[in-house]
Design a protein around this ligand. Sequence first.
Ligand code: NAD
Length: 259
Amino acid sequence: MAEDAGAPKAGCLVDLKGQTALVTGASRGIGRAIAVKLAACGARVVGVARTLEAMQGTKDAILAAGGEFEGFAADVAKAEDVKRVVDEVEAKYQKIHVLVNNAGITKDGLMLRMEDDAWDQVVDVNLKGTFLWCRAVGAVMMRGRYGRIVNISSVSGIRGNPGQANYSASKAGVIGFSQTIARELASRGITVNVVAPGFITTDMTDVLPDKIKAEVKERIPLKRLGAPEDIAEMVAFFSGPASSYVTGQVVTVDGGMTV
Ligand code: NAD
């Protein structure tokens, strides 16, 4: 029997040739893996991050593999930035077939000591940002009568997580929001699904002490921390034609941690 080699390798069974896919937070971590994956599936990837420089590594990886990438600098939580980018992308490419709301932040702390700012910033980026992009890109998709929206939540948004009241609330909000718009947009051929990662090795989780990481790994039935590519695989499925009869769903990609 072949041994499980861990995180998925390059290659793509999903055909996105001729499609435009917009990915937020495409500079690093999960967002970079998603951008690279969708480009490998044939999509022209439009990446969004605070600065263009931050996306250079993503761009280099995609171009080196023969893919197409264009970056836009924007703050995902600012309505004027969202409008500027979406207007420009629509004017240039007419359609946006895939939207992945991946940009996210944490500002952890116990609820009783949580500052208003830590609450507001996390909810603004993770939840309001997701709404702003869905509203703007959703209108473009409605005109094209086709769309695939994939929103990134978290297992913290399903089960809660001590020290992450703001983050868990924002990620639970992403789920309720996505289920609602899945119903609102379905008649126009637009699907909306949610991927909820478990513990994935990125800069976001790098800040945690090794002891915590070892404890988490112990609790994961598949006995490894997740890789950004594990999330990108599920996002690619929801981005492609094979998922056309699936909408409003939440899929947990966590090595079995929440089973
Ligand atoms: P990361 O911190 O490595 O990357 C986050 C990305 O979002 C970066 O590209 C960052 O520049 C971008 N970003 C943040 N705020 C932004 C803003 N206001 N405007 C534009 N871009 C902004 O994080 P990651 O681990 O790759 O996480 C990606 C997504 O997955 C997030 O939504 C996160 O909540 C979610 N997630 C991660 C994990 C994990 O274990 N790493 C687990 C569950 C969910």
